[in-house]
Design a protein around this ligand. Sequence first.
Ligand code: G1P
Length: 899
Amino acid sequence: MKHLQFIDEYGSFSIKQPENTSYLYFPLASETGLKSSLTPNLGGDSKTDQETFLLEPVSAENLHNNRSVRNFWLVCEKEGIFSATGASAKQEAVKFTALQDQSKITAGFMWHTLERFSSALSLETRITSFIPVNDNVEIMHITVRNQSDSTKDLIPYAAIPIYGRSADNIRDHRNVTSMLHRIRTDSNGVFVRPTMSFDERGHRPNTKIYYVCGCSGSGQAPESFYPTVEDFLGEGGTYTHPRAVCENYSGVPAGTTAAGKEAMGAFRFPRIRLAPGKEAEYILLLGVEGTHEGIARIYEKYNSPDKVRKSLEITKSWWKEKVNTGFHTGDADFDRLMKWICFQPFLRRLFGCSFLPHHDYGRGGRGWRDLWQDCLSLLLMDPNGVGQMIEKNFGGVRIDGTNATIIGDGDGNFIADRNGISRVWMDHALWPQMTTKLYIDQTGDIDILNRQAPYFKDAQSDRGTQIDTLWDAGQGNLLRTEDNNIYTGTILEHLLIQQLTAFYEVGGHNIYRLRGADWNDALDMASEHGESVAFTFAYTGNLRELASMIRLLESRSPVKETKLTEELRILLNDDPELFENTADKINLLASYTQSCRHRVSGRRFSVPLSELAENLEHKADWLTGYLKDHEWIDGGADEGWFNSYYDNHGRAVEGFFPNEVRMILTGQVFAIMGNVASEQQIRKIVNSADHYLYQKEIGGYRLNTDFHELKFDMGRMFGFAYGEKENGAVFSHMTVMYANALYRRGFAKEGWKALKTLAETALDFDTSRIYPGIPEYFRSDGRGMYHYLTGAASWFMMTMITQVFGVRGEAGDLILAPRLMAEQFDDQGKASVSLVFAGKKLDVIYENPDRKDSGAYKVSSSFCEGQKLQTDKLGRAVLPRRMLDTLSGGRHRIIVKLN
Ligand code: G1P
């Protein structure tokens, strides 16, 4: 029997003895800010932001010893003590023996139930943890059941240490900050209000109150409190052997204060008498609020088992409904895994890239790349308002084509970087266009290109190489004209500036410079001479796609030209001789960036849309030829691939080296996606990737081969052990983009192989050792790492919907062009996807009775609610927007027959 089993179609699962697996953690969060992680012993932390940690912050390595967190003890007068979380010295001592408690976790979106059974005490406990959608409180609903045939006398204790301060204080003044604590016992719990937020750059008064409170199922309050760690543990006591529990001594009554010590949300409930087969219930509430009234409100809202059960049901259905995409294929486990993958983008939106045990970096914000990637999944699940979000995000672009990198809360809130000259990631201009393209495809709203947005302004100028000394913070963060008016340009202008400035910023090989790094953050040591061929491919694709978006705009609008800022004119240089000349390109870019270093003129010129499109196509064509001529590595009759980078010594990074073959997946992905690689080249690339990068047991395609070199002229990635993170792990995001690129170019079998291997490894618990979902990467032994918060999830979901199922928008119409393999259909030859498109709930059902493979079948007929659909020249079923608009209410079935 498999360790981990799904229990319903929403991906809820259960797993026995989870505490026997290391590094497991599960996320819980509310929409209002509380974020928790839970280990199988209910270790893990809880916080609303970097400054506000309710429970002590943990990193992955703390999890082995993380027994000091949420605990619920039962003192059984005759048989001894028992921890319902399994976190007692006694229970630990019998771990891995026949005497170990039986335990099981069952979990679904934002809820987690831990069950334990002690044969020694004949006690069964169940703790359901969840965070309601709109409150910052983590609820623990505890049930204790007497499984013996005699009556038991039990004394229950809740024990949760309250950290109550900033994560920064975990080492910086940990003890000093405990002196700030002012602690009070209330009738139902322990409240901690630190006097100030400790920060040597400027201490601030604190108003937050951290609390742990509780009651029994029948409304009984605790009878005795242990408000400090010292009170509870006793001299020499430990969290797994606390003297208050072991010696059963009394604490202090409600209404007591304590100060200047580590706080403890610990209290004892009155003794209970439990007849055989009977249950008792307890509710613990842990959270943070701004006022005592706030805590009273929460307490009132959740102080009975009925209220808690109701809230749990609301929480469960809220998240089920949010994840409104569902797949049905021949593999039910894969479909359930997809549920989690579709849920992950929500987690990333709530947790950012920080705040889970592996994600112990950053202070909670999201990066530029993440901002745009999260929009991708939103466009597929919750598209309302994404248009405005996109428009606002364009306000983060600087006039020199770079962008703000510090992203504040709320949409379109960008913050100036005050640290002198800041890093420029050369891939950043790529993602806004990809997201805008998906937006236009899904909605048909091509007019977004004509909408106006401001430009971000701070002291950084000339693509992060100069400081604009004329600017100061008092002038604000919006670019102005010479007349001191705020300048706005169309979104099209923003896109053009991003793509065109990148085009001219080349290095010694006439390839786009790597600068601070590209998508691969760990290529951060080649900023002078490094070049990213990989992203030059990607930008080539972008230039071509932008041209086609402009052509669509022209065909749809009565106005055939667009107005652009006067300075931009020189970026439209169309001279192939200039393209060949690295020095001239750099000079041209410098003239542009200097001309708008501080302000822009405010004058505009008009240019016909068709001319603009052609201009971009010329650049894309030139790049395609140039890249093909210069970057291909011949690998013999059936193999070959593209070089992805030049290092800081200007040397090509890939190829056949004396001791090894060096190959990186990134260049291949974008050569394919950017339409640079020919079909014949794609075949060779696939063979080489299978030869050098593919390892089935650990998730499939690695990011690179082992260079056996530290390469200080490339980046920190080569300092990582081979197989970890960006150095040769199976990095899910790049593997998924590889699959996406292959599908786009018609290589369905090859694309599916990449996706399937990732999914199979994730689902193989004995290898991946993670709960269902896609991790950031699989390391060399196949363990899934940095689980949950990864851009790979958005891309996986997008690839499944728009490529594998081929359900995608095209200028607003719905296209149905499946590329499913035979094995992806069920026994009856059916496969389906449920999703929302154009605000309508659709079930798209493909019928392939002969279970043919992609390539062997064609769309023979298709119907929407019984109405026949047209098939276009490319053999795809098309549901025009106007027909979609007539659909009303409920779900709608689209049946596509394949033959
Ligand atoms: C992470 C970062 C992403 C970066 C990638 C590679 O990927 O979030 O911005 O491009 O590492 O360095 P993710 O966790 O999204 O898979």
